[in-house]
Design a protein around this ligand. Structure first.
Ligand code: HEM
Ligand code: HEM
Length: 151
């Protein structure tokens, strides 16, 4: 049953592309936002707004992909008892990003929104390293299991 933990390549690359766009637009937004009070402030403000639009659109695609991942990957992987710690960390990370993204849209007070923005950005910056660690550890655990003849 473990062979189904490998994702369909098209699905896997859609996930990687959506997360890469989220990461890139998030990081570049942090830079353009810091420049919004510079002499060319108007330009950077427009660039920030455009980046957030791409980020928000990509977030919608990511929600679809993450939702599809629950029955196809998370549940199966969890029941196979493989890579549980790295999987749980990645699951919680993505959950935090979705919850804080909701907060970015609907938080009432400016102070709360600023705090949520910091948490969202800090957690988001960790995504690449957590995802790569998850995949490396996951593949290692699958190889170890197949070496023991249980795959
Ligand atoms: C309960 C949580 C999770 C568990 C137990 C888990 C477990 C695993 C395991 C065992 C593998 C290795 C599969 C193989 O090489 O055959 C793997 C790979 C992978 N996982 Fe997870 N995972 C979890 C959550 C997640 C989440 C939340 C994401 C994405 C946000 C994710 C994305 C991936 C990707 C992209 C791969 C590489 C798949 C491939 O090579 O086709 N996983 N995971
Ligand atoms: C992959 C790493 C990610 C990084 C580095 C990142 C970074 C950022 C940054 C810097 C902002 C701007 C914060 C602000 O307006 O104060 C932002 C906004 C936002 N992010 Fe992310 N994010 C990531 C992943 C995600 C994910 C997974 C989702 C949801 C599925 C998401 C949804 C949103 C939404 C909805 C906003 C608000 C957009 C708006 O105000 O128009 N982000 N993100």
């Amino acid at each position: 049953m473990e062979f189904v933990l490998r994702l369909d390549p098209r699905f896997r690359w859609t996930l990687y592309a959506a997360l890469a766009v989220l990461f890139a637009t998030g990081v570049v937004w942090l830079i353009t936002d810091a420049w919004k009070d510079s002499p060319k402030g108007e330009f950077w403000q427009q660039a920030s707004a455009d980046l957030l639009m791409i980020h928000g659109g990509s977030a919608m695609l990511t929600l679809l992909v993450l939702g599809a991942l629950i029955p196809t990957h998370l549940q199966r992987a969890w029941h196979s008892r493989k890579n549980r710690v790295a999987g749980a960390i990645l699951g919680v990370t993505n959950g935090l990003l979705v919850v804080t993204a909701f907060g970015l849209y609907y938080a009432g007070s400016d102070a709360l929104r600023a705090w949520i923005s910091d948490v969202h950005s800090a957690v988001g910056l960790m995504v690449p390293i957590l995802l790569v660690a998850h995949i490396v550890l996951g593949r290692r655990s699958m190889r170890a299991a197949s070496g023991r003849g249980s795959r």
